[in-house]
Ligand binder design. Structure first.
Ligand code: SF4
Ligand code: F3S
Length: 106
């Protein structure tokens, strides 16, 4: 499956959502995850994300591998998002920030 990683936190641009053929994105307050039980590995979402937050599971960078389990866990709790919406209002400010995991709202 594909995995949403740290760069998405506090940005949530949602361009990824529109291209997913199986609607497997799930939405939290300031982050999205991919439901690994639904993702068909089509790759389409990767190029859509302006902050390059999405990776194939095997390609998730060292230091962000914990996002694999986090996507699986939160996908069970969060509801589907099936249409693009406006990003968070200060998304551009947070786009280049690192170490945002502490900002994640569950
Ligand atoms: Fe959806 Fe394809 Fe991205 Fe998986 S790889 S989340 S199926 S767009
Ligand atoms: Fe997040 Fe990128 Fe989608 S910022 S909402 S993974 S387009």
């Amino acid at each position: 499956a594909y995995v949403v990683t740290e760069a998405c936190i506090r940005c949530k641009y949602t361009d990824c959502v529109d291209v997913c053929p199986v609607d497997c994105f799930r939405e939290g307050a300031n982050f999205l995850v991919i439901d690994p039980t639904e993702c068909i590995d089509c790759t389409l979402c990767v190029a859509e994300c302006p902050v390059e937050a999405i990776y194939a599971e095997d390609d998730v960078p060292e230091g962000q591998r914990h996002f694999i389990a986090l996507n699986a866990e939160l996908a069970k709790e969060w509801k589907p998002i099936v249409e693009r919406k406006d990003p968070l209002s200060d998304a551009d400010e947070w786009a280049a920030r690192k170490d945002k995991l502490g900002e994640l709202k569950r």
